[in-house]
Design a protein around this ligand. Structure first.
Ligand code: URA
Length: 445
């Protein structure tokens, strides 16, 4: 690697020029080795935030963050390894449902997930609501569990993309998170390190998502697909709406509960539609179906014949968890307090602010206000109404559960503020709007 001057490279980016791959390598490697201090990396990140990164810079940033740690080799595990990543939302529990479905269909799923972030939940916290479930497997056991069950569900270890871990923490405190190329590099460096062959992305947009508009979500999805394909991984992205929570349950155990309902053949329509699409695409990319449509049929069949639910039992037991509540979910220790939020007038639910609903969940203990806070697994919200449903004044719109002494009036008010009741039946916001592949963008029909 050629030597460069750090200040000159920051200046170059600040002035809107682009860095070549050698220059990007220099910066990330020096930062990884603690030669470049946080204040210089912060300046670089702000310059990248303001001036953007082109496709080549994005690819080299991703490559350097990826190679800052271990890149897993899963070639000893037979089959095409496929994972799914969602950019995050409220009530998004698709991973819990599709991971056992896809593995039951014969496609190995090595999944490294995150914890809740602000208003949005995280798969790891949800899995940990199952007593004993161990998300902290070392990389040796990660491979063993994957070989045995075709599925493994863990958290990001210190070996996976450590440069991203540090840069993400810096971005969080320097107002540089909301940048499409920085988000794309951050997500893809972690996903590429898992040892996958193909990836399905659920890029969410709307009031409960990172990307507020379809246009921004489309730019992010295109960037993610370009990076994935450049690294030789088949990558398919869907744009899905987050202008209301997905499904009805928000909160860790409550989301596992709703996932069990789905795996037992029930569950809400919106959640099932997104889950089977993502699962069907994974099954297709994993070479266990000839088309996405056939993949979706296989996904539904794995629910109907019980093999997906059995796979969930197997992986919970395989990662040290208790299967007791999977078969008797109503026996799960109930939250000590529950209360309801009601509609203020007659009409139809015309809008929902998913961000506020997510924050109401955090108030109840389903998420963290600071990194140190612990999660209350039983806390959360069950929505009794979604957009388009008729309501009467005083009728319950949401039920809340917590083990904390919370200001019930505050949470109730948040939920009432988050839910708009109008006089006319509204159009329900689009759930799936576009598919993005290496061949381009196709609007959903
Ligand atoms: N998730 C990530 O992993 N990185 C980002 O930058 C944003 C969301």
């Amino acid at each position: 690697m050629k030597s460069h001057n750090i200040v000159s490279l920051i200046r170059k980016k600040r002035d809107g020029e682009s860095l070549d791959s050698d220059e990007m390598r220099f910066l990330i490697q020096l930062y990884s080795r603690d030669v470049m201090p946080d204040y210089q990396m912060s300046a670089f990140l702000m310059a990248a935030f303001l001036n953007g990164l082109n496709d080549d810079e994005s690819a080299s940033l991703t490559r350097e963050m990826l190679h800052s740690g271990t890149v897993l080799d899963l070639s000893m595990v037979p089959g095409v390894k496929v994972d799914k990543h969602s950019t995050g939302g409220v009530g998004d529990k698709t991973s819990l449902i599709l991971a056992p479905i896809v593995a039951a269909c014969g496609v190995p799923v090595p999944m490294i997930s995150g914890r809740g972030l602000g208003h949005s939940g995280g798969t790891l916290d949800k899995l940990e609501s199952i007593p004993g479930f161990n998300v902290n497997l070392d990389l040796k056991r990660y491979v063993e569990v994957l070989k045995e069950h075709k599925l493994v569900l863990i958290g990001q270890t210190d070996e996976i993309a450590p440069a991203d871990k540090r840069m993400y923490a810096l971005r969080d405190v320097t107002a540089t998170v909301e940048s499409i190329p920085l988000i794309a590099g951050s997500i893809m460096s972690k996903k590429l390190a898992e040892g996958i062959d193909a990836l399905v992305l659920d890029v969410k947009f709307g009031n409960g998502a990172f990307m507020k508009t379809r246009e921004d979500a489309l730019s992010l999805a295109q960037r993610l697909v370009v990076i994935g394909e450049e690294f030789g991984k088949r990558t398919v992205a869907y744009l899905t709406g987050m202008d209301q929570p997905l499904g009805n349950n928000i909160g860790n155990w409550l989301e596992v509960y709703e996932s069990i309902e789905c795996l037992n053949g029930g569950g809400p329509k919106d959640l099932l539609e997104v889950t089977h699409l993502l699962a069907g695409t994974m099954i297709y990319l994993g070479d266990e179906a000839g088309t996405v449509e056939e993949g979706i049929e296989r996904s539904k069949a794995a629910v109907q014949d019980g093999s997906a639910m059995q796979k969930l039992r197997d992986i919970v037991a395989g990662q040290d968890g208790s299967t007791e509540y999977l078969d008797r979910p109503d026996d799960y220790p109930a939250a000590s307090h529950s209360f309801e939020a009601a509609a203020g007038k007659d009409g139809y639910i015309s809008a929902m602010n998913s961000y506020i609903i997510g924050m109401a969940g955090v108030e109840l203990g389903a998420g963290r206000k600071s990194k140190e806070e612990t999660i209350d697994p039983a806390a959360g919200i069950i929505l009794e109404k979604k957009i388009g449903d008729p309501v009467k004044r005083g009728e319950t719109i949401a039920r809340c559960f917590t083990n904390k002494e919370v200001e019930t009036d505050t949470v109730r008010q948040m939920l009432q503020d988050a839910v708009t009741v109008g006089s006319f039946r509204p159009d329900v916001p689009a759930l799936i709007t576009d598919t993005v592949t290496r061949d381009g963008v196709t609007p959903w029909s």
